[in-house]
Design a binder for this molecule. Sequence first.
Ligand SMILES: [Zn+2]
Ligand SMILES: [Zn+2]
Length: 322
Amino acid sequence: MQLFLDPILGRPLPIQDDLKPDESGNGYALRMTEANGIQFSQLARSMASLGHRYLPNEVAGKIAYLFGGNPIDVGKAIPKSYREKGHIITVFKDCILTRPYHVRRSWTQVCPLCLLNTGFAQALWELSLVTACPVHYTRLLDQCPKCFRKLTWRRPSLLECNCGMRLEGAELEAPSEAELWLSSTLFCLLSDIRMSPERGIPYAFLANLSLDVLVRLIRALGISSGPEHVSNFRPGKLTRVLSSKEAVQVVQRAFLRISDLYEDRANRFTSASLHLKEVADICIHSSQAEQEKISLLFQRVARLEKIDKSITNSFQMDMFYD
Ligand SMILES: [Zn+2]
Ligand SMILES: [Zn+2]
């Protein structure tokens, strides 16, 4: 790629634009390669190793330089991971995520109608439990409806699959209320927008959690289908990035279980289908204000599990009790 092989940074490309406020860093790179008549794969090859399906955070400065974006903004719009005390921490749009599998990197998902209307890919779509577009009331797409291959950033353009299928022609499913609520709440948390309090929605209290605690809680409550107990999961199953379809199921199950727990209908499912170790960990590591928000939920989970008080004392989980 002679184009980028200038001794230091290459040369800025002729068509320049800044990153949009809610735009994905990789989406920005795909939009700008398309505008400049080059391929994302060429850019990825010159920036990272061959075969890369996305651009890592380390090349944010180069992308910004090539396309005229603000390097700090582009850097924030590409997930960045580092190790801290043995844990992988991911920072994305200034939000901290303590579980790497909540962020989709290679395998993207899109709202084709947003792409058609606004011309850019939203950073929000990179969060694994975001399954819906609150603007168009549709589910997101992570697979080509024609060739069934998973969508990556390495495609001809924002709206085109490698097989030539135009994504705006895809049929889109309607999301559930819970999916819409979660996706718009995560949008507000990621974009640091204050949410207007909603009344009448039983799970509205969850909006006051941090983005990290919220996604961890939903995944811990919804990851198991029920017959499949969390303790029986094969290694790796709990730490896998979910497909859009799997995420839809996790979100729907989590919200059904939350309302069952609140209405004390916990006999509808067994405690073995909740990821209790993760729930306990969330409990320990969330702030006092967050614990207060979810304490009733935790109490119900504890009652369901019949957690021994001596055990919860050592976990400092007194709030598990009525
Ligand atoms: Zn949309
Ligand atoms: Zn295709």
